[in-house]
Structures are given as structure tokens and as C-alpha cells.
Design a protein around this ligand. Structure first.
Ligand code: CTP
Ligand code: CA
Length: 224
């Protein structure tokens, strides 16, 4: 009952979230993607909405139901995700980059399906780097409070600290491996300017709610 009368932790805040993988076309029938399920980002969208935020979720190709009262924008490629996020970022208070964005894309997608040419040699195609969406939002003047994610195979704390500094974001969240993609549980490592702490193994919605509470504390440091 007391909780009912307490203002929600993110009341009046606008939260923008990226989630899922991206898909980088090679030709009309194939492309490059990864195994991100989008579960963590969708759970955070739900938790933020429950905490009173207005939530915009920019999702790569995933099979997840849209959380109630969340505005969802579907995209395929990293460039499309970038182009959807950047114009919206300035109107949001918080940006949470959970998407597993493809680092590279084929320089030019073929207009027609690539065919075997009988030589036994695979086609060669040039790759180019995709824009870094999180770093671009973090560079905005008056931009939102930015939270990055990192999945690392080794030396998580060191890589998370480095990534936090390189992208210039106040909070970087490490997925404590191994291989959390598609799993229903996870454990998180929170790295900020003051140090680091762990949110121990739990289902993704529980972790999402804990993370939302941590973000709210950082936005309203005086709240008891
Ligand atoms: N990210 C992004 N745009 C990209 C690449 C990453 O917004 N083109 C975001 C991710 O959503 C995540 C954070 O940056 O929040 C870290 O992503 P990660 O892949 O771990 O870092 P990279 O900078 O791509 O470095 P690397 O993959 O080489 O470790
Ligand atoms: Ca990457």
C-alpha cells in the first residue's frame, strides 16, 4: 500500500532503449547477424515503463512481444538503428544501449542474389565499419544519461572499464558470461566512475528492475 503512494522511480522520465541484433544484408536473400534474443532490452523496457517512464524501444529483428505501453520502432540494420535513434535521443532523459549492433556491414549489398560461378571460389566482399550509436548519442550536447552494455569473453571488468571510458558514458553494464544470449537468466556487472558492483544471477526481468532502480538513483541522487 505504501508503494502505491510513493512516486514511481522514473515518473516523468523519457527512456530510449536499443535491443536485439542488427541484420546486415549481403544480397536480397542473406545477411550477417548474431544470436542476440533482445530479452534483456525488452525486459528493461518493461521495467522502465513499470517504473513510470515513457519508453521508446528501437528493436532489431527479434521475436519478442512488445511490452505494454511501450512505443516500439523496428529496424534491420545498424545504420537504420542509428538513423532511428539519433533524431530521438535529444528528447529523452536516458539512453540504454542493449543492442548487439553488428560492428561491420558489407560495403554494398548486392542487388541480386549472388550465384556460385563454378570456379569453387567464394565471393569476396569488402566490409565497412558501422556507426557507433552509443558513442554518437554520448557525444550529443545536452544528451540523455547513457548506459552501455558489454558482452566480453574474458577480462570483463577491465574491458568494461575501458569501454566506459572510450564511449564516455557514466554507466557501463557487463554481462557476466558465459554466453548469455537467449538465456532467461543473467548476472550483471555495473561499472561507473565510483567503482563496480555485481547484480547476482537472476531472471532478466528481476535484473532489469534492479538496473532501473540503479539508474533512477543516479538520476535522483537525493531520493531516499
Ligand atoms: N554499440 C552501439 N553501436 C555500435 C556498436 C556498439 O551502440 N556500432 C553499443 C552497444 O549497444 C553496447 C556498447 O556499444 O551498449 C558496447 O558494445 P560492444 O559491442 O561491447 O563494444 P564495441 O565498441 O563494438 O567493441 P568490441 O565489439 O570490439 O568489443
Ligand atoms: Ca561490437
Amino acid at each position: 500500500l505504501i508503494a502505491f503512494f510513493q512516486p514511481k522511480a522514473l515518473a516523468g522520465r523519457r527512456v530510449l532503449i536499443t535491443a536485439g541484433p542488427t541484420f546486415e544484408a549481403i544480397d536480397p536473400v542473406r545477411g550477417i547477424t548474431n544470436h542476440s534474443s533482445g530479452k534483456m532490452g525488452f525486459a528493461i523496457a518493461r521495467a522502465a515503463q513499470e517504473a513510470g517512464a515513457q519508453v521508446t524501444l528501437v528493436a532489431g529483428p527479434v521475436h519478442q512481444p512488445t511490452p505494454a505501453h511501450v512505443r516500439r520502432i523496428d529496424v534491420q540494420s545498424a545504420q537504420q538503428m542509428h538513423d532511428a535513434v539519433l533524431p530521438l535521443a535529444g528528447a529523452h532523459d536516458v539512453f540504454i544501449a542493449t543492442a548487439a549492433v553488428a560492428d561491420w556491414r558489407p560495403a554494398a549489398a548486392a542487388g541480386q542474389k549472388l550465384k556460385k560461378d563454378g570456379s569453387g571460389r567464394p565471393p569476396a566482399f569488402e566490409m565497412v565499419e558501422n556507426p557507433d550509436i552509443l558513442a554518437a548519442v554520448a557525444r550529443l550536447d545536452d544528451g540523455p544519461y547513457c548506459i552501455g552494455f558489454a558482452a566480453e569473453s574474458h577480462d570483463l571488468l577491465r574491458h568494461a572499464q575501458e569501454k566506459r571510458a572510450r564511449k564516455n558514458v557514466p554507466l557501463l553494464v557487463g554481462n557476466i558470461g558465459p554466453a548469455t544470449f537467449g538465456q532467461d537468466t543473467n548476472a550483471l556487472l555495473l561499472v561507473d566512475a565510483h567503482g563496480h558492483r555485481e547484480l547476482p544471477q537472476a531472471d532478466k526481468l528481476t535484473l532489469a528492475r534492479q538496473l532501473v532502480a540503479e539508474i533512477a538513483l543516479r538520476l535522483n541522487p537525493s531520493t531516499p
